[in-house]
Design a protein around this ligand. Structure first.
Ligand SMILES: NC(=O)c1ccc[n+]([C@@H]2O[C@H](COP(=O)([O-])OP(=O)(O)OC[C@H]3O[C@@H](n4cnc5c(N)ncnc54)[C@H](O)[C@@H]3O)[C@@H](O)[C@H]2O)c1
Ligand SMILES: O=C(O)C[C@H](O)C(=O)O
Length: 385
């Protein structure tokens, strides 16, 4: 049992007593009749808060409505766009960081989109989500990245029908130079950055290069959509549940040179997936919808960030684009290449020692060569400081 005497506001004295995990607060107020007592006690999943103040007042709150963790500050760029429209709700309702983790969402887009972005912010508010503590909409990267824990970089021009990812290079890498510098200036130094905007791998490299004081390992880019596509296609072919297929690998670039590798996947039989179906899936969705993938991209971002935050499961790995320095598969340094990684405490490590056939090796080299070429082209478009 512990007693704490406190002098509180003007003429109020409080007296706190802790008894077997319960906190009793007595208050004496010269101007009031009687005293007040509060006690909170957790029973199963309910938090009971009793208060007595002479008028028999009491209430009960569900534990899921009582969040004590500091809110995570999460910035989503391109927040008025179509991927963000599916993504923001999932982030705000606890699908990614868990039901005990409040979030502050910071939405960044360009000035002409501020009207539409205001509408997105209104809709988020209208969802009345218990975990969403605040929504901030801005067109200023320095406001958006201030003290953030996580940035999800969606904001970029999408590919249209007939365009290659390379066509996006010139338009998009500049964005990631500017935003890399801004995040370096104002974000927390242990911020995690997930790049989605295409060409995702090269944008991610550019951003990490310009955010000089943030470790390169804190940057990753999305190839989870390709992994999910491969996993779903294998499952359909084998007529098993999606969850029964694990450890499919995406090597290299998030482009048609990527190498989806099912040779280490755990499946009920040894069938492999036709790579071209995965490699060309983005283009197939664009041809059918006239817009690039959005719901599946948002879902893949959630999967990527959830693994980054909570770690990969025992015996499993996931694929993401990460800095290639120090890898054991012969991929050249200084490209953001998709590898199989294990994650713990928000840090990833390469899955080493997987066998690589001659066929796989040639595919892995081809996609590495494309990334080297993209990198060299990208830096020609950027400032040299
Ligand atoms: N890596 C992947 O798996 C994957 C999957 C799907 C789409 N993508 C890419 O994601 C990007 C976004 O796709 P979308 O469908 O949401 O596009 P969209 O056009 O619907 O939305 C993009 C948003 O980004 C905004 N934007 C542009 N420049 C910006 C800047 N400098 N700062 C902040 N915001 C900016 C635009 O105003 C727009 O609101 C595209 O580049 C697309 O190719 C990647
Ligand atoms: O392919 C695209 O341009 C969009 C996206 O990257 C996708 O894979 O669906």
């Amino acid at each position: 049992m512990s007693h704490v005497y406190k002098r509180s506001i003007s003429c109020h004295w409080t007296f706190e007593v802790e008894v077997e995990g319960m906190l009793w607060v007595h208050r004496w107020d010269r101007r009031a009749f009687g005293r007040r007592r509060h006690k909170s006690v957790e029973v199963e999943d309910m938090l009971w808060v009793h208060r007595w103040d002479g008028r028999a007042f009491g209430r009960r709150r569900h534990k899921s409505d009582v969040h004590t963790a500091e809110p995570l500050r999460v910035c989503v760029t391109g927040a008025a766009g179509q991927i963000a429209y599916s993504l923001l709700y999932q982030l705000a309702k606890g699908d990614v960081f868990g039901q005990d983790q409040p979030v502050i969402l910071i939405l960044l887009d360009i000035p002409v989109m501020m009207g539409a972005l205001g509408g997105v912010a209104m809709e988020l508010q209208d969802c009345a989500l218990p975990l969403l503590k605040e929504t901030i909409a801005t067109d200023d990267p320095k406001v958006a990245f201030k003290d953030i824990d996580l940035a999800i970089m969606v904001g970029a021009m999408p590919r249209r029908e007939g365009m290659l990812r390379k066509d996006l290079l010139k338009a998009n890498v500049k964005i990631f130079e500017v935003q890399g510098k801004a995040i370096d200036e104002v974000a927390k130094k242990d911020v995690r950055v997930v790049v989605v905007g295409n060409p995702a791998n090269t944008n991610c490299l550019v951003m990490s290069q310009y955010a000089k004081t943030i470790p390169k390992e804190n940057f990753s880019c999305l190839t989870r959509l390709d992994q999910n596509r491969a996993q779903a296609q294998i499952a359909a072919r084998l007529n098993v549940k999606n969850t029964e297929v694990r450890n499919v690998i995406i090597w290299g670039n998030h482009s048609s040179t990527q190498f989806p590798d099912a040779s280490h996947a755990k499946m009920t039989n040894g069938d492999s997936v036709t790579e071209r179906t995965v490699q060309k899936r983005g283009a197939a969705v664009i041809a059918a919808r006239k817009f690039s993938s959005a719901v599946s991209a948002a879902k893949a971002i959630c999967d990527h960030v959830r693994d980054l935050w909570n770690g990969t499961k025992e015996g499993e790995w996931t694929s993401m684009g990460v800095i290639s320095d120090g890898n054991s598969y012969g991929v050249p340094d200084n490209v953001m290449y998709s590898f199989p990684v294990r994650i713990k405490n928000r840090k990833w490590e390469f899955v080493n020692g997987l066998s690589v056939s001659d066929f796989a090796r040639s595919k892995m080299e081809a996609t590495a060569n494309e990334l080297v070429e993209e990198r060299d082209t990208a830096f020609q478009f950027l400032s040299t400081e």
